[in-house]
Design a protein around this ligand. Structure first.
Ligand code: HEC
Length: 140
């Protein structure tokens, strides 16, 4: 019994790192699950990439897509990862401009975003992906 408890505590500790410790953001998760969100068209909204690339004068400045390209190269993805990582609070799935700015104010998002209320609620599957990544999600 006691051994089982100790073992369980060990695993629980390994899975849930102590709060306050800086969490790593996962590059592979970013590339596969987060980056595509910037290219997707949400009904009634303009795609993030349209405003948040060369023309952007704010902190979300994504690499420009090559003419005809449907996605970013590995090198560009690394640069996007660096840029976007600065807009989240690693380990916190509810803070940071990336999560708060495009989220509707009714759902706890920032009051104003020129690019609109791209995510109506925190239940939006794409918003959840952003949040999971900030919390340190990995692909496995
Ligand atoms: C129609 C253009 C447009 C679209 C589309 C758009 N944005 Fe924005 N976004 C802006 C502008 C302009 C700002 C800076 C002014 C402001 O805060 O509204 C901004 C600000 C931001 C910021 C804060 C950056 C800073 O320096 O404060 C984030 C994060 C952001 N947008 C994320 C997104 C995401 C994610 C999407 C897609 C889901 C998106 N935006 C779509 C125009 C857009």
């Amino acid at each position: 019994m006691r051994a089982g408890f100790v073992l369980l505590s060990f695993f629980a500790g390994a899975l849930a790192p102590a709060p306050g410790i800086a969490q790593a953001l996962d590059y592979e998760y970013f590339k596969a699950r987060v980056q595509p969100i910037f290219l997707e068209k949400r009904p009634g909204h303009t795609r993030c990439i349209v405003c948040h690339s060369e023309r952007s004068t704010n902190a979300l400045r994504l690499q420009p897509l090559a003419p005809g390209a449907k996605g970013w190269t590995e090198e560009q993805a690394r640069l996007n990862f660096e840029t976007v990582s600065r807009l989240v609070v690693p380990g916190d799935g509810k803070a940071g401009l990336l999560l708060m700015h495009p989220l509707a104010p009714e759902a706890g998002g920032d009051a104003y975003h020129s690019g609109g209320r791209q995510f109506a609620s925190r239940d939006d599957p794409e918003w959840k992906r952003l949040s999971d990544w900030a919390r340190g999600a990995t692909l496995r």
